[in-house]
Design a protein around this ligand. Structure first.
Ligand code: URP
Ligand code: ZN
Ligand code: ZN
Ligand code: ZN
Length: 473
């Protein structure tokens, strides 16, 4: 056998199934040996470190235009640098179809934005906002065959919402083409009703965003999405699940054997509705405006239970960064008049893994195996990247994160690499941090700093395992 290019020696390899001390041998960007006493041209000493499969963040927004012209704080360069520094080797951003635009030209736009800028691997989910006969009949089937094997649909937002007939039409195509549909499940009419009522009462501070996006509206839409998927006999993923009520709908569906998968995010374990109060019901609360919004302590407890018991398959950031200050930011004149106009979304791609590790593994709420399953292995399985991605295994890409389980750090905006001007997790004490991230054997981040030229690729994906081999871990 020819020589190894690189050996990661002396660490503890962790997979979704187990952990064991071993060296990892890399050649031509892939893992070719796992064993003891390996030697290669180069060596990285991982003594005292965990050797994890690189994080896969399956829900990231980069360089997406918003309907009111607010600019996203991260494009593909800063967004993937930030991802790499946070221990990720692959991110799955969205290619957002603008109404009137063909899906093919939308995908081409995002390839242009990403080209030459990516420090991690990337692969696009399609956001279908205009399910025209052309889009459903010709474009989607061709795009699925080209490896864009997942779409996102929205049940709210004026510019994105699909009605029930449209949802069913998209589901039908997805079933035929074996594409996985991610559903943003919040009931649009209920949110509009509550928004109008709150505004009439003069309740316009960012805090009221949380009340307008009531958990009941999320529960209702979750149930409706599940029912539509059952009618069509389609597996779906309910994304960014915020609390107990929508979780119960997912558990109800699972108990009936329906193929419903679920994602949750750091904001639902690390933030609550109270964060939207800001300092004194002031505009600072806009820093926490995202949809669905963070809930309460009871929902946080439910989310932890779901992370443990398998209700959740995956844990993604929903990184959707808008600057707080300056032109075209969260703090724009219209946003000051009502929460309705505050751009929805918060940053988090760099802090996703540390928050789940520190709050989950270190505090004994989830195992190390579950951590790897939720953040790498299951996203790879669910989105058609496994076994090339998502595990430390012979034959897989050498996408690895060397993790110091004892390192303590306080999350500080000043230390982060994203393009946003704040982090909602400022001041959070973290134990466990990535110290080195490798993409195909090449170091892309070291000690919290991105390194090297952008060498990320776009990945064509296979059919989701949701259509066949079960739901992953
Ligand atoms: O508030 C959020 N989550 N913004 C991002 C868009 C989405 O719905 O995922
Ligand atoms: Zn969403
Ligand atoms: Zn999102
Ligand atoms: Zn599942």
């Amino acid at each position: 056998m020819s020589q190894l290019d690189l050996v990661i020696s002396g660490g503890t390899v962790v997979t979704a199934a187990d952990s064991f001390p071993a060296d990892v041998g890399i050649r031509d960007g892939r893992i070719v040996q796992i064993g003891e006493g390996l030697a290669g041209a180069d060596r990285i000493d991982a003594t005292g470190l965990l050797v994890l499969p690189g994080g896969i963040d399956a829900h990231v927004h980069l360089d997406q235009p918003t309907s009111d012209g607010t600019l996203m704080a991260d494009g593909f360069a800063s967004g993937t640098r930030s991802a790499a520094a946070g221990g990720n080797t692959t991110v799955l951003p969205f290619a957002l179809q603008i109404k009137g635009q063909s899906l093919r030209s939308c995908v081409e736009d995002y390839h242009r934005k990403a080209q030459g800028n990516c420090h991690t691997d990337v692969s696009f989910h399609l956001i279908v906002s205009a399910p025209t006969p052309q889009a459903l009949g010709q474009e989607l089937p061709a795009l699925v065959r080209d490896g864009y094997t997942s779409f996102k649909v929205f049940m709210t937002y004026d510019d994105l919402v699909l009605n029930d007939a449209e949802l069913l039409d998209v589901f039908e195509v997805a079933r035929r083409e074996r594409a996985l549909v991610m559903v943003h499940a919040e009931g649009h009419d209920a949110i509009k009703h509550l928004t109008r009522r709150l505004e009439t009462e003069g309740r316009t501070a960012p805090f009221y965003h949380g009340q307008a996006h009531a958990q009941i509206a999320e529960r209702e839409a979750t149930h409706r999405a599940i029912s539509h998927a059952q009618l069509i006999d389609l597996p779906i993923v309910i994304v960014h699940v915020s609390g107990r009520d929508p979780m119960e709908q997912i558990q109800w569906a699972r108990a009936r054997g329906l193929r419903v998968h679920a994602e949750t995010c750091p904001q639902y374990i690390a933030l609550t509705a109270d964060d939207l109060r800001g300092l004194n019901m002031d505009f600072e609360g806009a820093k926490y405006v995202c949809s669905p919004p963070p809930r309460d302590a009871d929902s946080q407890a439910a989310i932890w239970q779901g992370l443990r018991d398998g209700t959740f398959d995956i844990f993604s950031s929903d990184h959707c960064p808008f600057r707080f200050a300056g032109e075209a930011s969260k703090d724009n004149p219209r946003a000051r008049t009502s929460f309705r106009w505050v751009p929805n979304g918060i940053p988090g791609v760099e802090t996703r893994l540390p928050i789940l590790f520190s709050e989950g593994v270190v505090k004994g709420r989830i195992s190390l195996q579950r951590f790897v399953a939720l953040t790498s292995t299951n996203p790879a399985r669910l989105y058609g990247l496994y076994p090339q991605k998502g595990s430390v295994a012979v034959g897989a890409d050498a996408d690895l994160t060397l993790w110091d389980p004892r390192m303590t750090r306080t999350i500080r905006q000043d230390d982060l690499n994203h393009g946003c001007d704040y982090t909602p997790y400022e001041g959070m004490e973290i134990t466990g941090w990535p110290v080195r991230t490798l993409l195909r054997g090449r170091t892309i981040a070291l000690n919290g700093r991105p390194m090297g030229d952008p060498g990320g690729r776009h990945l064509a994906r296979r059919t989701s395992e949701a259509f066949g081999e079960g739901s992953g871990q």
